[in-house]
Design a binder for this molecule. Sequence first.
Ligand code: NDP
Length: 444
Amino acid sequence: MGYLENVLESVQKKYSYQPEFLQAVSEVFESLSPVIERNQKLYEQEAILERITEPDRQVQFRVPWVDDSGKIRVNTGYRVQFNNSIGPYKGGLRLHPSVNLSVIKFLGFEQVFKNSLTGLPIGGGKGGSDFDPKGKSDREVMAFCQSFMTELCKYIGADTDVPAGDIGTGAREIGYMFGQYKRIKGLYEGVLTGKGLSYGGSLVRTQATGYGLLYITDELLKCNGLGLDGKTVTISGSGNVAIYAAEKAMQLGGKVVTLSDSTGWIYDAEGIDLDAVKEIKEVNRARLSEYKKYRPNSEYHEGRGVWSVKADVALPCATQNELLIDDAKALVANGVKAVCEGANMPTSIEATKYLQENGVLFVPGKAANAGGVATSALEMSQNSERLSWTFEEVDEKLKGIMTNIYHNIDNASAEYGMKGNYVAGANIAGFAKVVDAMLAHGAC
Ligand code: NDP
């Protein structure tokens, strides 16, 4: 067995109870094998793979808060600071009942490579809690966020670790957390990104992940002799990423026909009415089943099913492992040309392989959804300068970053004889810069 296989086996043994983390490590390691082979002696000597799979540190803490009936409720909070070789830890906070250490570690591990790919000086981390903001009053959400930040504030800071939003953490939650950080620490600093515009937020941050996904998809299609104009696009999810992916897809001439949430999905053959979706999800915080009231000719289906719809481009934008082997088969049978991941690890390893083997252009989340964290880093720059850039300035930078990412991963895949394998390209390109810094820093 070679070095890579040895390390993978020991990680699998040690963390056999963390399936999501192991899935992420296996996927990354598989595509790194040609790079490791070229540098095996040095990497083994420097224990690069052992170090890159073990977080710098992880904290887990109790989050007690009082609900509207006066009862104390308790959730678990997490922050995994994975790797700060190229900059302060950066990565979102997920609030969802499915959150556990395995999920946060998988997200933190992926974040290291994603942040490296942006070309900006940010390390990788991730955090969150098994708290579910759904169905809670604003006061309950505030009570949770204040308690969560009371503990988290001991570990973060503008130059050490800068969290952001993720599933369940939007502008409201970031606002409550920022208020509590400022109050406890007495510091007005850019410790969180995704802030409101009145207190240090950046224009385009709200749209960034979705818009960025479409900028890279557009570049991918153009470089492969296709275009987005007139194409049918299926999207899953109806949160921050999905909504702004749909908006930019439409602006670029695509027709978006599906969206989903955790209870069901909608199909609108005439093209989704995004104003209606924004009102349902962003204003009323309601379910997508409401969409039929706005568009009586549309269809609403309970459960999963978005990937059964015929489309040229499919964009999974909800959550991990939401596009499985049967979905990949349905997409291929329906002639899909490209699948680009807005969510983190939405496509299983088996489904990814099937898509690639059947000639589908596939861009993994760590490249395709990097626009969010890239714009967060632009927010950090503006906070440091105490300046605010215009929408056009930020959007232009975002577009440049996403176009560069596409060419970097394309070049990396070609350099290692796997042209067009963007999974390998993304892992290789992201890994190279982090390892270079780790080697420079010595045993730490
Ligand atoms: P939101 O909370 O805004 O939206 C998540 C969407 O996915 C909702 O429509 C939600 O449905 C649905 N969803 C969540 N969990 C499940 C599930 N288990 N099964 C089916 N549907 C589910 O999150 P975001 O849009 O911010 O994030 C979506 C994905 O993109 C995540 O993987 C996240 O890590 C990733 N991402 C986000 C970035 C960002 O900037 N926001 C940056 C990079 C990646 P419901 O409304 O019913 O909860």
